[in-house]
Design a binder for this molecule. Sequence first.
Ligand code: PLP
Length: 397
Amino acid sequence: MFESLVKAPADPILGLADIYKADERVHKINLSVGVYKDENTVTPILNSVKKAESYLLENEQSKSYLPIEGLATFNLATQQLILGNDSPLIQDNRVKTAQAPGGTAALRIMADFLFNKTKTKRIWLSQPTWPNHRGVFHSAGLEVKEYRYYDPQNHNIAFDALLSDLENIPEGDAVLFHGCCHNPTGIDPTAEQWQQILAVATKKRWLPVFDLAYQGFGGGLEEDVVGVRLFANALPELLIASSYSKNFGLYNERVGALTLIAENADIADKAFSQVKTIIRTNYSNPPSHGGNIVAHILNNPELKEEWIAELTVMRQRIHRMRQLFVKTLQEKGTNQDFSFIVKQNGMFSFSGLTEEQVLTLRNDYGIYIVNSGRINVAGMTLDNMSLLCESIVKVLA
Ligand code: PLP
């Protein structure tokens, strides 16, 4: 049965991590996989997380199954973080959340729900987007299409092209937006642009769905959900796949959530019962440890404050590295203007490097960047900046 199978291509991002690991060069630099690293290139466990884990170790009473939708305390805290503590949507029971094993699983539940339980058979993704989006939605059976998003000449959103593409999307299709810190470009719509996008969604009656994987990594916890909240408050229905991998540093615990908003409590209840059937036949119920950590922190004011401070440190370090990167490139003699990199949000930067330049950096200098030219700014440090910029300037020459 298996003999006829051919080898699948390595994942474009995770595959690169393996090649990096095997590279024996001492000065190698990894700017590929989307994981936060501190000044010592370590992906740290947050103190707030360690404290929550100590608490759980002492106080956890049972390892029995969680409900299909996960921990109630986790789910409410997730809704409040995304929609605001006093959201009328939550008070009106229009919001339902299922804890999921990471943002990826939340996206897959979203995809299965859309394809199997609603009339939606097609989803539109930004061009470019996180490469796994296509695979996740396609595997669920949805037809995947793209809308224009990025203007490489101006390093900005191609906003006119975006609006014109959105105007032509048929009623009932789903359209995926990155809530913040667009991956890979680092460029998000402004509040005014979100308003314009919302106006098209309202007029054309397609279904906006959100991927919120980096809340807190852009402008801040509140700033990063301006678009999501605008849509949630204005539209009858919305789906949000969110992740705690990055903002809690809980990558390998697999913590995320799917949040569904419906027109009223009754519809929300019915729709969510269908979401639960999808989960039941997929992984049955979510793992508990990561969800418990997040719930414990978000429901404990002191720990929550400590977490927000730690998140702020991560966000500010990335921003400092952006500034230093642009400055060092100049000092090393680049004749190109890289100032756009300072304006981008989140961990990633679309550098404008071509695939050929990316490969030269990898082969000749031990610098790992994904083929699209997307750079993980969190991989930069005070120590590797000089070598990094020197090498880029040489490759650009
Ligand atoms: N969505 C985007 C845009 C991402 O960049 C990522 C992770 O890199 C995810 C979703 C998946 O997150 P998780 O690791 O929680 O599955």
